[in-house]
Design a protein around this ligand. Structure first.
Ligand code: FAD
Length: 342
């Protein structure tokens, strides 16, 4: 794409959903944004593969009903007809058996006969705290300490540690209580939604409405006077873009190398951002698997090596994404996610 220097009010670095969402908002407010994306397609971790008629979301698969901004973006992009209820349930398997919890059904936790009375009382306390604090960003206490304080050690060890270790990146015990509250508010109380035709419809539709250059890897950003210069490699060739402002919508730890002019304390903080490594294997099935729950989590007493000391967790989750062609009936893609945290 032949875009020349100085054309944009704002350059957005990164064509994932954060960058594209920002670009749409800028455009709606009368600015001229330009998105630079390193890969050959937009979306980043909100990406879908289509293989033999199957729709396989590679990263994001479910959006919380509490994600108001995402829902508004979907509406703004004209994708509301594709929104469907995202049904999810998880079976937690420990030595005592398998207990299931459905999304949007907090009562599954309160009425769980597989846990002790003390644990059920702790679940009630947790429910009240969830109502009070799910919006408040009060940090200062990690999840494990919090559950100990409300005498919910059993709830934590038998439900939330195995069930949430993956979603929070492999360190649920040291995650802030706030992270846990927000994840559980979305999962157990509000429920989820997704798109029938793959989540990448959102970044694709956004990218169609703003200027985007793909295969454009930003190498260096420099501010001088009233403008910002963005040195970029586009299809292997060096190119310079200028703008009045930039937005960095890339993983935090990549920022310091691009922006050496940032204050030292900001660079140091961003450099410490860490992401877990995740391996996803997608297995396509011609009909839904005959299992009661969409996902499974296991404790270390069932599969030695998983859980507290280990950094491995396994979950299998059938994703009910109906596909349009190649199959006479609804097809289900099953994603077997093995997540390793190094
Ligand atoms: C396996 C998995 C499952 C997930 N499931 C869910 C889920 O069910 N629900 C949910 O809400 N969230 C989920 N997430 C989290 C969600 O995917 C992310 O929070 C979200 O997609 C991040 O968007 P982003 O735009 O901030 O970053 P990214 O999607 O990472 O976008 C950053 C973009 O910047 C580009 N980039 C990087 N460096 C440069 C550079 N130098 N120059 C130009 N471009 C650059 C990258 O190529 C990328 O496209 C999941 C994540 C993973 C990995």
């Amino acid at each position: 794409m032949a875009i020349h220097s100085g054309d944009a009010d704002v350059i957005v670095i990164g064509g994932g959903i954060a960058g594209l969402g920002a670009a749409i908002r800028l455009k709606d407010r009368g600015f001229e944004p330009l998105v630079l994306e390193a890969e050959s397609r937009v979306g980043g971790r909100m990406t879908t593969d289509r293989v033999n008629g199957f729709v396989v979301d590679r990263g994001v698969t479910l959006f919380g009903n509490a994600f108001g901004s995402m829902r508004a973006l979907v509406k703004r992009l004209g994708l509301s007809p594709l929104v469907c209820k995202g049904k999810f349930s998880v079976g937690i398997q420990d030595a005592a058996g398998c207990r299931g919890y459905r999304s949007g059904r907090f009562d599954d936790l309160l009425l769980d006969h597989g846990i002790s009375w003390r644990a059920r009382l702790a679940s009630i306390r947790f429910g009240f705290d969830l109502l009070r604090y799910h919006r408040a960003l009060v940090h200062g206490e990690d999840a494990q300490t919090y559950f100990k304080r409300i005498r919910g050690e059993e709830v934590f060890e038998r439900i939330f540690r195995p069930g949430l270790n993956g979603p929070v990146g492999g360190a649920v015990e040291t995650s802030s209580r706030v992270i846990l509250m927000q994840v559980l508010w979305n999962l157990l109380v509000r429920g989820q939604w997704n798109l029938t035709d793959g989540v990448d419809r959102i970044p694709e539709a956004a990218a169609a409405q703003v200027r985007v250059v793909t295969a454009a890897r930003v190498r260096h950003v420099e501010q001088s006077g009233e403008s910002v210069q963005v040195e970029t490699e586009v299809d292997g060739k060096a190119q310079r873009f200028t703008a009045r402002r930039i937005i960095l919508a890339i993983p935090g730890q990549l920022v310091p190398a691009l922006c050496p002019q940032l204050p030292a304390e900001t660079r140091e903080l961003l450099a410490r951002t860490q992401y877990s490594r995740i391996v996803n294997a997608a297995v396509a099935l011609s009909k839904p698997p005959n299992v009661p729950y969409a996902g499974y989590a296991f404790t270390s007493d069932v599969i030695p090596g998983l859980g507290r000391k280990s950094r491995w967790s396994i979950s299998a989750r059938p994703i009910d994404v109906p596909t349009a062609r190649a199959w006479p009936e609804f097809s289900f893609g099953t994603r077997l996610g093995c997540a390793a945290w190094m």
